[in-house]
Design a protein around this ligand. Sequence first.
Ligand code: ADP
Ligand code: ZN
Ligand code: ZN
Length: 701
Amino acid sequence: MSGAPPLRRVRVAVEAPQHSGLTGPLDYLGSQDLTPGTLVHVTLGRRDVMGLVWDDLPGGQDLPEGEPLPESELRPVGEALDALPPLSDRWRRLVDFAAGYYQRSIGELALAVLPPQLRDLDGRQLQARLKKLEKAEAAAAKAAAEAPAATSPRPALTAQQQAALDAILALAAREAPPPALLWGLTGSGKTEIYLRAAEDALARGQQVLVLVPEINLTPQLEARFAERFAGHAIVSLHSALTPAQRLRHWLAAHLGRAQLVLGTRLAVFASLPRLGLIVVDEEHDPSYKQQDGARYSARDLAVYRGHLEKVPVVLGSATPSLESWQHALGGRYQRIDLTERIGGGALPRVRLFDMNRLERKKGVTTALSVPLLDALRQRLERGEQSLVFLNRRGYAPVLHCDQCNWKSDCPHCSAHQVFHKEDRTLRCHHCGVSTRVPRACPSCGNPDIAPLGRGTERLEEQLAQALPGARVARIDADTTRLKGSLESQLAAVHEGEVDILVGTQMVAKGHDFRRITLVAAVNPDGALFSSDFRAPERLFSLLMQAGGRAGRDAAQAGSSEMWIQTWYPEHALYQALRKHDYEAFAGSQLHERMSANLPPFAHLALVRAEGRSVEAARDFLTAAQEAAQALPLSLGLLLYPPVPMAVARVADVERFQMLIEAGSRAQLQRFLRAWLPELHALKRRQKGLTRWAVDVDPLAI
Ligand code: ADP
Ligand code: ZN
Ligand code: ZN
């Protein structure tokens, strides 16, 4: 025996951030039998870091190859965590694609999407974890065998649901199924379809991945799956888990023991050896897009993963993203429609109240209209609940002195500090700075400074004043800061302890309120004229979703209403909403997008720069633009000049952005790959530039 097996050159993906300029896996010396996908300890500089044995994948990225180091200069691979089955080729291809598409390094992305605790383990600790997991699972299996849980009875599907399910099962039987877009109103029984499709996959011994947009919504859905699939192993994956839980759940999925994985966007990277179905609920939701680091879209990656693994992907929504809708129109996605609400519940009648009819009083132009108050009063008398929706928290967005025109501006941001009456503070919602409310105008001493405009806190107060005796409650980011407080506040609504619920978009999504018969949006107009071309799309889906909260009980559906207070009742968006006509809305939006050459008819990337001065941020992007123009690959692309972001200064940092528009994804990708290395070089030369980042397919412009 000669001892250790011979060594060879192995490639290892390590967590070297994009900005260090390293993009590909690095070379080390390792033993012959190291399987790609194995986690190993390696040294990077002077640090011991976790890496992942990588190899060239068929169809993978072409990485820029530097001059390879001679073997004599390579460092050896450290300990391998080989008690863990290697991450599969398919998993690595997903990561490889995502890293390439979103312009990050493979190692950075690969390590970032693994459970953080995994990175800190050595072989012995990992063995201990695995043993513990096995024990816990054995105990759970024993308990389940002794007291078999009763599975809840399944409702008989409606004819429409049956047709939808059949269509999905037919896709599942295909060699390379195209994604399905399940388009159905709230309450039309989409979740039931997910459950049935999951049942089918489980029966074939496969694993199912279900993505939801918000952590808040996972317990609800988890309960529904747990009830249906009692006795099956279900785990959740989201960022609110403790590191230990996250590792445990991830391992259960990776080892193939978890049959169902429910999670938020990061779960799209779960390692699932027997994946058979992916569901993306509320596929249009912006929170599927990661907003820092690798800015990936979990929805888009789910579609790519389905394509890689040849499994069906079900994208569900009442108001699909225009990207998905366009794919369905073009035949790339198969559209499956659910047009009826279960139990025949009608959608709420939409009433547009024209604010121009209100008498204008000084300062207050967005009061509650008399007819809306009457409608609320009616609900109170009948013992029904109402939801009043305003997407702005705090008491008032700004304090104002009408003597000298002082406004409560944030000293660190180009934004106002918001007045919070409850604790008498002025708070900046951008940088978080908080100060006491001054007794008098800090500029002229006028004691009479007044709040301008209205947030949820003030709305709550106004409603309580206008409707004495009503039990008004508020749910927004301020009232739900403490762990568990959202759950207890929602429970109070469900228990009927609340007559009128005031809230931000937090309450508009997903929650199944049974007794609400009136939903009102008191000031939704802002989005109509936003500089962000996606604002109308978001507003429409939010209002549809908020409206879907009303009349979920068929018995009350007949009397349910949605009120919109607007200055523009004739606007096409509201007119489509009035008829619950997503199709008309999508059609008109797509038409506008096509004539303006915007997504889904063009492909965008955004480069953002942050600097200690306006010049630092702007000059960096100007130089970046010049570098882009010098590249032949930029021919045919539209390079917009650098502009300040909508809120240009946050926490004393100046922020600029530059938009790139391309006719095809491939063209954009080729260009970015050639251009970004130049930006890394520019960053080193640009004094005062703190950060820059690229966002491919940005959601907010
Ligand atoms: P969505 O996900 O589209 O909002 P759900 O699947 O949650 O719709 O269905 C709405 C309600 O109707 C739920 O309470 C669900 O349990 C119930 N439901 C769904 N399908 C049926 C059916 N075929 N028969 C009876 N009740 C059903
Ligand atoms: Zn003043
Ligand atoms: Zn601020």
